[in-house]
Write a protein that binds this ligand. Structure first.
Ligand code: G3P
Ligand code: MG
Length: 245
């Protein structure tokens, strides 16, 4: 099983730099984060790009659905100025740029597969094709989309893939086993000590998002959580420098 670091930088160090950009990944590395989390989807010409939202409006100077624009158009957009003038000129990264950057920074990634309007099967196929040619970077895939989790398990049976949830269903054990997932990723607000204890007792690696408060992170680690995903890796790493479990 892949070793997941205790702190993962959500969309990069997204409290300090524009989310899902190479700048945010570099800042995360500078703050000693070992891994980032980021969101991958497809452009209109089926290239793997990183963006969180369905549309370009919030995080770029473009408008409308990202998946309706070809890569060349997307790469001309500014993905940094919305956050701060310092980051003006930052671009929407491709998956391959991201993996190359992470390789040279000796970092790993929780790559969240986010169809955002595109076909989840095609997205998984394109991600799998890119990963086959990528430099060796530790990768934990995950998705809210059950079709994507099942497809990635089929295409890349040896690559760990987390089942990403907003809430914990009563029959989570069945869903987890059926998908063949290798970690459970859940909104920390959906967890309490008892639910976390059930998951930990079943030897399922437990990853929580999005945790920016060090006291809450300590509580989650106390419950046996494996890893927390945070916008603010500098703050959490300063408060909790080593894996407490
Ligand atoms: O992968 C954890 C977290 O990123 C899931 O939610 O909406 O931030 O992609 P979201
Ligand atoms: Mg995400």
């Amino acid at each position: 099983m892949i070793e997941i670091p205790h702190i993962v930088a959500h969309r990069g160090a997204s409290i300090e730099a524009p989310e899902n950009t190479i700048a945010a990944f570099r800042v995360a590395g500078a703050r000693q984060a070992k891994w980032i989390e980021c969101d991958v989807t497809l452009s209109a010409d089926n290239k793997c790009i990183l963006i969180h939202d369905d549309t370009l409006d919030r995080t770029t100077n473009g408008t409308g659905p990202a998946y309706k624009q070809p890569l060349d158009t997307l790469r001309d957009l500014d993905a940094g100025a919305w956050f701060s003038d310092i980051y003006k000129g930052e671009r929407i990264p491709t998956l391959s740029d991201t993996l190359e950057t992470l390789f040279f920074m000796d970092m790993g990634v929780n790559l969240e597969i986010k169809p955002s309007g595109c076909d989840p099967i095609r997205l998984c196929q394109e991600v799998a094709a890119e990963l086959a040619h990528a430099k060796a970077v530790p990768i934990l895939l995950s998705s809210f989309d059950d079709i994507a989790v099942a497809e990635i398990r089929r295409l890349l049976p040896d690559m760990p893939c987390g089942w990403l949830l907003e809430t914990l269903p009563d029959d989570w054990r069945d869903g987890y086993a059926k998908l063949g997932a290798s970690a459970l990723h859940i909104d920390h607000k959906a967890l309490d000590r008892e639910k976390a204890g059930e998951i930990v007792a079943a030897n399922v690696p437990l990853v929580c998002y999005t945790v920016n408060d060090p006291d809450r992170a300590r509580e989650l680690f106390d419950w046996g959580v494996t890893s927390v995903i945070t916008d603010d890796p500098a703050r959490l790493i300063a408060a909790i420098p080593r894996h407490p479990n």
